[in-house]
Unconditional design. Structure first.
Length: 174
């Protein structure tokens, strides 16, 4: 946390490995993106347009920044051991040519009126987003961010943070 605060104050942490510095940058992006998105959700529901914007903000200057931030992937990706071929993949998401329609169905479900328990619906939203794997990188980071954002959108959380209520104002004030 000290590295995050030092970077945010305009300094450069000393004695910090590049790996730790990169982690701090990702935390700053996450926090910045989370609060900006929360302000948007106050005006309009989660949308594909918002997902593109959030992804671009989340990836700014960090791991994956060179993998088309904010743009749905145009090539097939897969989950597997680093460097392994697609035929050894543990999971292969939807093809790029079907991705836009898959994301449209996903977005319609996110904003549908439902009698399903909202936590169960959130689980489906999260797993389907991860299964669609719409970006070349950052899907896990964005997928995890969708959890508090959806709960905030549905007014289950008063803030898009899973931090204790006494700490939310401290985080937001930073």
């Amino acid at each position: 946390m000290s590295e995050v605060m030092e970077i945010e104050a305009g300094g450069t942490p000393t004695g910090v490995t590049k790996w730790k510095y990169d982690d701090a940058e990702e935390i700053l992006n996450y926090r910045y993106t989370l609060w900006n998105c929360a302000n948007e959700i106050k005006k309009r529901p989660i949308s594909q347009h918002m997902i593109h914007q959030v992804h671009a903000m989340l990836m700014r200057g960090v791991r994956g920044r060179d993998k088309s931030p904010g743009e749905y992937r145009k090539e097939q990706n897969w989950i597997g051991k680093a460097g392994s071929p697609i035929n050894e993949a543990s999971f292969i998401p939807i093809t790029p040519e079907h991705l836009a329609s898959g994301m449209e169905v996903w977005n319609d479900y996110v904003n549908s009126i439902s009698t399903i328990n909202p936590i169960v619906k959130l689980a489906v939203i999260h797993i389907e987003f991860e299964a669609l794997h719409p970006f070349l990188d950052g899907n896990g980071r964005l997928g995890r961010m969708l959890i508090p954002l959806y709960l905030f959108q549905e007014k289950i959380l008063g803030s898009p943070s899973l931090a204790p209520a006494s700490k939310i104002s401290d985080i937001h004030a930073m």
